[in-house]
Design a protein around this ligand. Sequence first.
Ligand SMILES: [Zn+2]
Length: 400
Amino acid sequence: MPITERLYYSDSHLIEFDARVVDLSDRVSGWTAVVLDRTAFYPTGGGQPSDTGTLNGARVVECIDDGDNGVLHVVQGAAPLRDAVVHGRVDWSRRLDHMQQHTGQHILSQAFINLYNAPTRSFRVLEASCEIDVDLGNPTTEIIERAVELANNVVWEDRAITIRNVTSSEAAELPLRKEPSRDGDLRVIEIEGFDLTPCGGTHAYRTGEVGMIAVRTWERAKGLTRLEFVAGTRALADYRRANKSAREVAALFSTGRDDGPQYAAQMVEEHKELNRRIRVLEEVAAEVEAEKLFASAQDGVVLHVFADRDADSLKKLAHALIANPQTIALLGSRDKDTARLVFARSADASGDMSMLMREACALLEGRGGGRPDMAQGGGKNVEKLDSALTHALTLLARAS
Ligand SMILES: [Zn+2]
């Protein structure tokens, strides 16, 4: 006779019960683990998280399956005494949610067997959705949605779900969806005319209780197909989130909910085209700007500090400047919190830009480098930008 009689085995909808405390132990968390002679609390197992609830009003935060030692109810706060009779209450909304996900998984897994002979290898209930790994060779959204459709038809046919307790030899005669994970007598969950699976979890009374099953997304993972799905109240919550997102996107374009993607795609295309035109215009502007700056050159050196120019724009300008013969460009910019530098020289000018850049960047507490004719860098000490450029100019004069 096991220590704890598991009431959830025979009735998944029983959420209130009385039981006697048979054992108590302290947890490292400082809370108390209570073992009862009977319980309606489902402990963590089979991919399904445990129930929560109360024992005599004290919070049960988790239940752990300790095998033959019974079910541990981890109680936060005042624990009952040994031999006391306590009243247990399981949080129904959490139980219903878990039953919907778990029963939904039985149905979805069998749908993949029915259509594609693709067995489920693992199952997890996550925070807001669930995952199953299906041995499905060539997944496509269409193939997956066909199984989702079959699963939902089974939900809406509101088929009965019953528990059969069978011996291992009786089980051997049954067309079970998966091999039992243990020997001896088995608890088999039957979805009328659809699925027979050995399982110790909590299930809906009828498939209709699952409400709806929807696959959010899928991917190939370790040779299997990993599906993220939601059932029941999670499907409704997910629909609400998806609907809100879709409506918010559509509102940006002042269009109807379902036209959002088309407008967004159009905008991305326009954005690409605009960027292309900006690049062309930037080059034209850099040439014009370079002409003006070149007029200020002293001994073939153009030295200038800009406000708010990124490295790319500095480089374009440097390129335009060194198109002139015998020219060296020493350009700097205060780009937000960063000092940026670009040094360049025309092919017929002399000087090691890479060396100058390393020296200048040391003053900026940053890094830089490049080739003898073109180098870039920067640093966080923006205040030293002017002196870094002057330093580079001095080194350049010394070398020539
Ligand atoms: Zn199950």
